[in-house]
Design a binder for this molecule. Structure first.
Ligand code: FE2
Ligand code: FE2
Length: 150
């Protein structure tokens, strides 16, 4: 896969992540006063789809050579790559924590439900930030790549 194919693939992947993240975002924006049990079922549903996708996505980024390609193109970015890779570890830990929390809540747990929603919002913000950093990183690497072939 050349760097442009890689960039396109990554952009598609990131759009899919953002779509699933937005499905969670819109669900946690308003916690209903009634019918909370059904609302929690859908909350788990949306969060688990997002979580499963992100786990796969991060594994793919590490295995398909995207991170190593960037380092090869521009070795000076290796520090940033290491930081992003470490964020994968942290994001996985945070997601596991939220997964366990959302599995444990019931309709009567008003505060825990709120707490779950806030934790999801924070997680989604971290993920958006992380993906933006990756997009920037790739643009920087590609610009260098294009420049070197001109
Ligand atoms: Fe990533
Ligand atoms: Fe990513």
């Amino acid at each position: 896969m050349n760097t442009h194919e890689l960039a396109n693939r990554l952009r598609e992947e990131h759009e899919a992540v953002e779509l699933l993240a937005n499905r969670v975002r819109e669900w946690v924006a308003v916690i209903p006063r009634s019918n909370v049990a059904n609302w929690i079922v859908e909350l788990r549903n949306r969060f688990e789809k997002f979580r499963a996708h992100l786990i796969r996505h991060m594994a793919l980024e590490e295995s398909d050579g995207y991170l190593t390609t960037v380092v090869e193109l521009r070795p000076t970015l290796s520090g940033e790559i290491e930081r992003l890779q470490h964020e994968h570890v942290e994001l996985n830990k945070i997601m596991t924590g939220v997964h366990l929390a959302v599995e444990a809540i019931g309709p009567e747990d008003r505060l825990l439900v709120r707490d779950c929603c806030r934790r999801m919002e924070s997680l989604l913000n971290y993920v958006t930030h992380h993906e933006n950093d990756e997009n920037l990183l790739l643009i920087t690497a590609l610009t260098t790549d294009i420049g070197s072939h001109d």
